[in-house]
Design a protein. Sequence first.
Length: 179
Amino acid sequence: NAPEIAERGSWEVRAVIRALNAMQKRLRDQMAERQHLAAALAHDLRTPLTRMKIRVELSKSPAIRPVQQDIREIERIVGSVLEYSRAEAGAATREKIDLTSLVQDVCDNFIDAPVVFHHPGRAAKLVVRANATFLMRAVTNLVENAIRHGGSADVSVTVQPGTVSIMVEDKGRGIPPEE
């Protein structure tokens, strides 16, 4: 989104500047089209997602809890895509989130897997500024990998002055040094 470069200099330099400006305009147009497409897709997903949410809420089955969590995650993803389409490319929205609850929700999604979450000792609620969707996706991927490659996942959140760490450990043999 940088402004066009003024065409000055020799005719060769002006030709290069003209080509750069044209390329930049094409890239801007492509990004705008992608953002428009992402917004349209996210908007179109909201209707079937709402129907699913209503059906799940009307269900009396106790086994429906993981589906409710999946729906909440999909809603966050759809919201993230809509936010992204409204913002400049690459700008991630950061918000205040309860990190302990987010990590607990991720761990709770693994009902049939050996996942243990060790709560931070200092406070039950740990508020940080982050992109909840991206963070949830990252922690979920780490837990899935720990289960797949190590058989289990021990997840913990630790707090030190100015730093919060999320640890996902497993009992696997680890990545070979050559890899």
